[in-house]
Write a protein that binds this ligand. Structure first.
Ligand SMILES: [Zn+2]
Length: 116
């Protein structure tokens, strides 16, 4: 007879985030996004979680990586602007990321994708 071992204690969600203040989290996120090009999708996933756990909105920073595969856009991604919408085709998964175009978007994208 197999006896059931209660796993309930192990199954409790474990919060592994170190307790850092919201300000520290914001700093960390800011620093992270200034090096976004060198980050892996796993790292982007983690930073998103961190932001969520501190109720920090990523805002325009969300436009620096693919919504679908969470890769930072690189030279293999292509950008087009049409009818007031900006579209970035992810070079990794071919997903079209689309949002309403604001002038500020161009600054962000040019800085981060390093067009020159
Ligand atoms: Zn992608």
């Amino acid at each position: 007879m197999k006896s059931k071992i209660s796993k309930s204690a192990q199954e409790l969600p474990q919060l592994k985030f170190k307790k850092i203040s919201k300000t520290e989290a914001q700093e960390k996120i800011k620093d992270f996004f200034s090096h976004i090009k060198h980050k892996s999708p796993e790292e982007i996933k983690k930073i998103k979680k961190l932001a969520m756990s501190h109720n920090i909105k990523l805002g325009d920073k969300r436009k620096l990586f693919c919504k679908k595969c969470l890769s930072a856009y690189g030279k293999d991604s292509s950008i087009s602007i049409k009818n007031g919408f900006i579209t970035i085709l992810c070079g990794k998964c071919d997903f079209n990321n689309k949002w309403k175009f604001k002038e500020i978007d161009l600054d962000i994208i040019h800085q981060e994708t390093g067009c020159c």
